[in-house]
Design a protein around this ligand. Structure first.
Ligand code: BGC
Length: 400
């Protein structure tokens, strides 16, 4: 197993965001989708982070975070096929530099769900040149800020992109169909590999991985059919892509939120929750043990593991504190069991634009008033801060 570099914090205490969800002022495939009325509402200025990034970073520093996962907006950097916006690149470089000055290790996501419109118009990642377009963008990013960043996620949640956009049609491009969906899975694995190699070519010491959306799938009933359905969902959603991309991941990134159930009744019917079990405002079951289950499953790859996202949409901040602590407790136990979990990124730093659901779900440690853009740290931010401060330099972590 690769050694965790001694110059990095022994455990990354972070929060995660993505460009489209917080920056505001985008022109990408999602804004077009929103403007055509297919989303809930337009993302507009989102959380205004493109203007307010400096004070947001100071806030993070006051909360004691030693790491931050954020994404670059491909459409900002590369708005037309042969146009690269050097002002946008310079701004992202400034951000990376500032994070380092604040002793916050940046983890950079290169693609988090959105595409430049010109890429979307040509068929998105399904276009035969997509890997080339993407690596050209990655090359520009590496030239502009690669010296500032050691940790990279190439693609956020490839399977979610496929399921939401190409099977269920709930996200752009609004497609339904197995053939294209399966072709896209293969293509995304190729794009990942190409991006992995592009980053490494410019910076051989970089660590590069993916952020996989992993759900704890259980059978709905203890019947052979439901067991087989849960196992199939686990294989298709959680395992297949990790395995396809296995040699090109220096760490395994996991986004864990919830449990779902496999159920078979004249077809495959995933079920989101069982009555009597607490859920988030989005109806997602709160099931911290599932994080332990998925960590044990990815332990087989013998690579450092980062929890690249974990969090809850809720208006009840006491519930967020409980969610945070119970999931961190699972991380502590996993480390005691010998699993190399090296970081935790809470989703999210700020309330933000939640894709098809718009602004109503509140995922932030810090609340955002969308009328004024005022930030108000919640009690959960203080709770997280207290845990981080008590854990300076500690590995394994210790969660009260
Ligand atoms: C995504 C985020 C999203 C979060 C909560 C993850 O699937 O990476 O963009 O906001 O979950 O739904």
């Amino acid at each position: 197993m690769a050694h965790w570099p001694t110059e990095w914090p022994p455990f990354l205490w972070g929060a995660a965001t993505s460009s489209h969800q917080i920056e505001g002022g985008q022109t990408n495939d999602w804004t077009r989708w929103e403007d055509s009325g297919r989303g809930t509402e337009p993302s507009g200025r989102a959380a205004g982070h493109w203007e307010l990034w400096e004070s947001d970073f100071e806030l993070m520093s006051r909360l004691g975070l030693n790491s931050y996962r954020f994404s670059l907006e491909w459409s900002r950097i590369n708005p037309q096929p042969d146009v690269f916006d050097h002002h946008a690149l310079a701004r992202y470089r400034q951000m990376a530099e500032r994070l380092r000055t604040l002793h916050i290790t940046p983890l950079l996501t290169l693609h988090h769900f959105t595409l430049p419109q010109w890429v979307a118009d040509r068929g998105g990642f399904l276009h035969p040149d997509a890997a080339r377009w993407f690596t050209r963008y990655v090359d520009q990013v590496m030239d502009a800020l690669g010296d500032q960043i050691d940790l990279y996620v190439t693609i956020n949640e490839p399977l979610v992109l496929v399921v939401m956009g190409y099977l269920m049609g709930l996200w752009p491009p609004g497609a339904h169909g197995f053939r294209r969906a399966f072709a896209l899975i293969r293509r995304l694995a190729e794009v990942h590999r190409a991006a992995y190699e592009a980053v490494k070519a410019k910076k051989p010491t970089a660590w590069v991985g993916l952020a996989h959306h992993v759900i704890a799938f259980h059978p709905w009933q203890p019947t052979p059919w439901d067991r087989a359905t849960a196992a199939l969902l686990h294989y298709l959603m959680n395992r297949r892509f990790v395995r396809m991309a296995e040699p090109w991941q220096d760490f395994i990134g996991i986004n864990y939120y919830t449990r779902q159930y496999g159920h078979w009744s004249k077809g495959l019917h995933p079920i989101q929750s069982r009555s009597g079990i607490p859920v988030s405002d989005l109806g997602w079951e709160i099931y911290p043990e599932g994080l332990g289950e998925v960590l044990a499953q990815v332990g087989r790859y013998q690579k450092p593991i980062l929890i690249t996202e974990n969090g809850i949409a809720t208006q009840n901040d006491a519930l967020r504190i409980q969610y945070l602590k119970s999931h961190l407790k699972v991380v502590e136990q996993a480390q005691l069991d010998g699993l190399p979990v090296r970081g935790y990124f809470h989703w999210s730093l700020l309330d933000n634009f939640e894709w098809a659901e718009g602004f109503s779900p509140r995922f932030g440690l810090v609340g955002v008033d969308y009328a004024t853009l005022k930030r108000t740290p919640r009690a959960s931010a203080s709770a997280y801060e207290a845990i981080i401060r008590a854990n300076q330099g500690l590995y394994p972590i210790n969660v009260p």
